[in-house]
Design a protein around this ligand. Structure first.
Ligand code: NAD
Length: 377
């Protein structure tokens, strides 16, 4: 298969979808890999490293899209990329369709096949291609939160772990999944007083078993959230309902109940945010203040640590990229059920129900395409 790796053009996105080690694996299997000039530069990989791995460097993004049967990238395509995507082309990347209607419509119109990293799902319902970036974002959420709690940056002026004779900061984490767990480890490690709020009792039982003493768990509901936010210093939003928009657990009116200088880091911003007043920000201008509460809502947090993120991401995506390249998307999906929920849009049809429902658009079960393949094979 001919695989294209374009350079990411979203603001401050320095990750690349394939590292030279991954390119070498694909080339070894007989595939052609085109990498756009300087695509890996932000992550520390030069064109020469890709060439040494057997890939070919193409000078432009247009040329890279035009040449490829499968595009592997990191972030969802942004507007200037819509027109570069071709009918029948396989696009393997993060999409987060449910929170982005124009992108959904553009991909439907393109008649491409869109396989979304974030909805590839293992049989135990875990999301293997979200995990590495969630690990990075969870750890970073506390690093950022601690920073913005400093007075000159708008925060309360409290040190996360305090010092002997002072109380540590109170950190509330909404959602105890991958992001929440990694955030809790970091906050606990710095000595904060941490509470993880989730709706899953089994998850909270597990967290109670493995977390250190300065981490508690609490059922997530409006009553408890209203109680906890009054004294919180840092609140991390880390809720996920797979393929759907995040629920607004913190509503606009709740900001008035928080103390001035409280910091909100809504990691779930890429799914619409679990804080009502959350709107996506960039690494260049990451925060804004409403009612004296600092909001940090960067939608591509791992983009700021591209070296760690690129390697973590490609470790997870490469095995799937190899299956797609070796077999084509239909056969790969038939042979590996983990890929089936990853299919979101196929040749003009939305085949992922939560995405169709989010925009009241028609839903076509993915079986239509997979049965076709069974009949033909
Ligand atoms: N901003 C970024 O750069 C970035 C990077 C990575 C991940 N994310 C996002 O972070 C979010 C969390 O991802 P994850 O991998 O931790 O997901 P996850 O599935 O591992 O965890 C989600 C958790 O939310 C819990 N939950 C569901 N409803 C809840 C509610 N009402 N109250 C409290 N908890 C609830 C679930 O029980 C689960 O434990 C997702 O939206 C993901 O897309 C953002």
């Amino acid at each position: 298969m001919i695989i294209g790796v374009p350079k990411e053009i979203k603001n401050n996105e320095n990750r690349v979808a394939l590292n030279p080690a991954g390119a070498k694996e694909l080339v070894k299997r007989g595939h052609t890999v085109y990498v756009q000039h300087t695509a890996g530069e932000g992550s520390g990989f030069t064109d020469a490293m890709y060439e040494e791995a057997g890939a070919t460097i193409l000078p432009t993004i247009e040329g890279t899209y035009a040449a490829a049967e499968m595009i592997i990238k990191v972030k969802e395509p942004i507007e200037p990329e819509y027109k570069l995507i071709k009918e029948d082309q396989l696009i393997f990347t993060y999409f987060h369709f449910a929170s982005h209607e124009p992108l959904t419509k553009a991909m439907v119109d393109s008649k491409a096949v869109c396989l979304a990293y974030e909805t590839v799902e293992k049989t135990d319902r875990s999301l293997p291609l979200l995990v590495p970036m969630s690990e990075v974002a969870g750890r970073m959420a506390v690093q950022k939160g601690a920073n913005y709690l400093e007075k000159p940056l708008g925060g309360k002026g409290i040190l996360l772990g305090g010092v002997p004779g002072t109380l540590p900061a109170k950190v509330i984490i909404l959602g105890g999944g991958v992001v929440g767990t990694q955030a809790a480890w970091m906050a606990a490690g710095l000595g904060a007083d941490v509470t993880i709020m989730d709706v899953s009792l089994p998850r909270m039982r597990y967290l109670s078993d493995v977390m250190p003493k300065n981490v508690k768990t609490m059922m997530s509901n409006e009553f408890n959230i209203r109680k906890m936010i009054k004294e919180a210093d840092l609140i991390v939003g880390a809720v996920l309902i797979p393929g759907a928009k995040a629920p607004h657990l913190i509503t606009r009116d709740m900001l008035k109940e928080m103390q001035p200088g409280t910091v909100l880091v809504d990691v779930a911003v890429d799914q619409g945010g679990c804080i009502e007043t959350c709107k996506p920000t960039t690494h260049q201008d990451p925060t804004y203040v409403i009612d004296d509460v600092v909001h940090y809502c960067v939608a591509n947090m791992p983009g700021a640590v591209p070296y760690t993120s690129t390697i973590a991401l490609t470790n997870a995506t490469l095995p799937y990229a190899i299956q797609l390249a070796d077999k084509g998307w239909k056969k790969a999906a038939l042979e590996n059920p983990e890929l089936v929920p990853g299919l979101n849009v196929i040749k003009g049809d939305i085949v992922y129900k939560a995405v169709a429902d989010a925009f009241d658009m028609p839903y076509v079960p993915v079986d239509k395409y997979l049965e076709e393949e069974l009949v033909n094979s």
